[in-house]
Design a binder for this molecule. Structure first.
Ligand code: T46
Length: 133
């Protein structure tokens, strides 16, 4: 089964601009507790490089584009997000890296939990040990 799980959100076009909608629903798959955004990303920036124990998320690129690399300890897959109508589900115990941010990238992340540093696994060797256990 692919690690890349995409979900579609409604985008309502209008001659003056598009409106995209992200609301609590089965498409999200969890109760929304937090939304954060990555903006003004530096050229060549690489973000992520961690996994989460409990946090589930849906990432949506509202503007521009970026690449997500997902890794479950066995396989790695990547996907480019460049559409505000498409979200990427990221489950628990998935190592993620983000790169190739366009200069106009605005990345929104819808999260199932409040921010918690102890939920992060930031060491790749530790991640491999945990998922193989
Ligand atoms: C993830 C990917 C997709 C907070 O104080 N509150 C928050 O809600 C978040 C998300 C971060 N922070 C602090 C923690 C760090 O001191 O902001 C700083 C940057 O966080 P981090 O280096 O973890 O950011 P990214 O861009 O590497 O990863 C983020 C999320 O942290 C992470 O959960 O899955 O985006």
């Amino acid at each position: 089964m692919s690690l890349i799980r995409l979900v579609e959100f409604p985008v309502i076009p209008h001659e003056t601009g598009s409106l995209s909608v992200y609301e609590q629903s089965d498409k999200i798959g969890f109760d929304i507790k937090r939304i954060y955004c990555l903006t003004r990303l530096a050229l060549g920036a690489a973000r992520g490089s961690h996994a989460h124990r409990a946090l589930r998320q849906v990432a949506v690129c509202l503007s521009g584009s970026c690449r997500f690399i997902l890794d479950d300890g066995k396989t790695r897959e990547d996907v480019v997000l460049d559409n505000p109508g498409i979200g990427l589900h990221i489950g628990t115990y998935i190592w993620r890296e983000m790169k190739d941010f366009s200069s106009d990238c605005v990345l929104m992340v819808i999260a199932s939990e409040l921010y918690s540093e102890p939920d992060y696994i930031r060491d790749y060797d530790e991640f491999l040990q945990v998922v193989k256990a």
